[in-house]
Write a protein that binds this ligand. Structure first.
Ligand code: MN
Length: 315
């Protein structure tokens, strides 16, 4: 048996479907949403197969760990994230710094369709079309299939609505839906349209409730959905805040806190280290930090005050 293990976003889903277009239907698994780990369900799928395709999954260490535990017969790892390359006798490693895994999978499997572009706009949005070496190619593919840019962008949002609403089954099912779908099938699928509307309404309510003081926006909300990264983007990109801190106190029993700056700073990298020293699971880049931890008021206070101190130092 061969299986595909894929990232939960539009790129991961499109990439998994491309593999199945070329290899036939295969069982598909995605890790627990938002957690970069394999659970027993995925592990047993991997253990029962002779060949595993890992796509768009920035988890090289975790995959090597599975191989070292003897769970992998043979694997093909295909990704575009910057990472430590895998060197392991059981794993064939492919990584190119392409805009999306879908472009690399398309190259490896000699495939070309709107799915190639769908993964790209999933990861990069409309900036894919400005990207040298890929933008023109993407436009050509869309043109040959009679698909407009707005349509492919909307399709990516609809696919992403599955992981944002934390619907892991919906993510895995999407791979099979795409297998026989035309773009119009995606754009008219009611359950995805409903999810997307729900997400968009929720985000705009939250963003409108933010308090902006001295160019810093702060907002607190309760949501089971993985929307916090969209909330902070909206606040600094479209609401004229130079930075923002968002707290989700209702994330399925956990707290989520994000900080985003309009302009990145190395102070933010130092902040990530300080948060980790507090025992907080934090990650990010110079312009954004995200963390998730158990619902603990004391931890929340420490995280938010570290973030405020960082902003005071920068702004
Ligand atoms: Mn990707």
């Amino acid at each position: 048996m061969e299986i595909v293990v894929h990232h939960w976003d539009a790129d991961g889903i499109s990439s998994a479907t491309i593999i199945m277009k070329e290899k036939g239907r295969l069982p598909a698994f995605t890790p627990p949403l938002g957690e970069f780990r394999f659970d027993p369900r995925v592990e047993s799928g991997i253990y029962s197969s002779n060949l595993v395709y890992f796509v768009d999954l920035n988890m090289p260490k975790e995959v090597v760990d599975l191989a070292n535990r003897g769970l992998i017969d043979k694997a093909i790892f295909i990704d575009h994230h910057i990472q430590e390359p895998i060197k392991h006798e059981k794993i064939i490693y492919h990584n190119k710094q392409y805009p999306s895994a879908s472009f690399l999978v398309s190259e490896l499997f000699n495939h070309e369709s709107y799915l190639t572009v769908l993964g790209g706009v999933g990861d990069l949005g409309k900036s894919l079309f400005e990207l040298e070496g890929f933008g023109e190619k993407a436009e050509k593919i869309l043109e040959s299939e009679g698909i407009k840019k707005e349509e492919i962008l909307k399709a990516a949002l609809l696919l992403d609505s599955n992981y944002i609403t934390m619907d892991r089954y919906g993510v895995e099912e999407a791979v099979f839906y795409l297998l026989n779908a035309e773009i119009d099938d995606i754009l008219s699928r009611e359950e995805w349209l409903d999810k997307l509307r729900e997400i968009e309404n929720e985000i705009s309510k939250i963003v409108n409730s933010a308090k902006i003081k001295d160019n810093i926006a702060e907002v607190e909300f309760y949501s089971p959905n993985a929307i916090i990264s969209k909330v902070v983007r909206e606040l600094v990109w479209n609401r004229k805040a130079k930075a923002c801190i968002a707290v989700n106190r209702g994330f399925n029993g956990k707290y989520q806190v994000y900080l985003r700056l309009l302009k990145g700073s190395e102070e933010v990298i130092k902040l990530i280290d300080r948060l980790r020293n507090l025992g907080i699971n934090a990650g990010g880049k110079p312009e954004v930090v995200g963390c998730v931890f158990e619902a603990d008021e004391f931890k929340l206070k420490s995280v938010v005050s570290e973030m405020r101190l960082t902003l005071e130092a920068i702004l």
